[in-house]
Write a protein that binds this ligand. Structure first.
Ligand SMILES: N[C@@H](CCC[C@H](N)C(=O)O)C(=O)O
Length: 281
């Protein structure tokens, strides 16, 4: 089958950044978005769909940006930010445009990305949201010391995070504890949950439970939130290496935003059949 010329199907690309995996659908030039909640849920099924941690849909840019980006979790919910998908998609768009820098718009606003000489991609994820209402939390508390078990820190990166510093992140029962924090009423929109331990003043070990997805091998916005929380708690400087289950990410909290750097990988191209699309409108 010549997929490119087949009518009514939908091409996609599978990518990952440090093991955080994505399906990318390019809807630039289309009047309407291709992704619906039903399609996101069906595609996210690792047995009956393609499987992903997040689905990213590329749309035409606005306000002079090269492109816009929408994110979906595998439970069919929307996400306001996704650092690793932003890096992966930016790499793909840069290669298409023959450039090494792009601007984009996500739900949290304008972002920029760049490819480095070693092939890694960095994105400026913007300023962290450090007041309780912006995270968002359900009521006024000190985000640096949440009234929850483990004394977590709340940080917004365009999506909510709950960061816990522990003696040994390897020993944490992620599957047991993650959902408890994700659904705590203090987070009215649920939350991503990061467990981190200090290896050195510039090095953290981090494991993550993602809102709407569960355990993932890496989370870019989570790495940013964890680095910000670690610095605010006086544990690290502003430049941190994070060792995650799927690889290594670098975070640099600068005056103009939180910069996230890491690897990107293009795994395969695929094509959704008209039958699959029709069944999941
Ligand atoms: N993997 C992502 C974060 C994805 C979004 C998250 N699950 C949410 O619902 O906020 C990343 O790399 O940032």
């Amino acid at each position: 089958m010549d997929h490119k010329n087949a009518p009514n199907g939908l091409p996609f690309v599978k990518m990952h950044g440090a093991g955080n995996d994505f399906v990318v659908i390019d809807s630039r030039g289309r009047a309407e978005a291709a992704v619906t909640p039903a399609l996101a849920l069906a595609l996210g099924d690792r047995n009956r769909g393609v499987g992903f941690d997040q689905l990213a849909e590329i749309r035409d840019g606005s306000d002079g940006a090269d492109f816009s980006l929408d994110f979906w979790n595998s439970d069919g919910s929307r996400a306001g930010a996704c650092g690793n998908a932003t890096r992966c998609v930016s790499d793909r768009v840069m290669r298409g445009l023959g450039r090494d820098a792009v601007s984009l718009v996500t739900a949290r606003g304008a972002l920029s990305a760049r490819r480095l000489a070693d092939g890694q991609v960095w994105v400026n994820m913007g300023a962290p949201q450090l007041d309780w209402a912006s995270v968002p939390l359900s009521h006024a508390v000190d985000p640096l010391h949440l009234p929850l078990a483990g004394d977590p820190v709340a940080v917004g990166m365009g999506n909510p995070h709950c960061v816990l510093f522990v003696e040994d992140a390897e020993a944490v029962d992620l599957a047991g504890l993650g959902p408890r924090y994700e659904h705590d009423p203090l987070y009215p929109q649920r939350t991503n949950v990061e467990f981190a331990s200090l290896l050195a003043p510039d090095h953290l070990r981090m494991r993550v439970w993602e809102r709407g997805t569960g355990i993932t091998l890496a989370c870019g916005s989570g790495a940013c939130a964890t680095a910000v929380a670690a610095h605010l708690r006086g544990l690290t400087g502003r430049q941190v290496t994070l060792t995650l289950d799927g690889g290594t990410l670098q975070v640099d909290w600068r005056d103009d935003g939180v910069w996230l750097t890491g690897p990107v990988a293009h795994v395969f191209d695929g094509w959704l059949t008209p039958e699959f699309l029709a069944a999941h409108r």
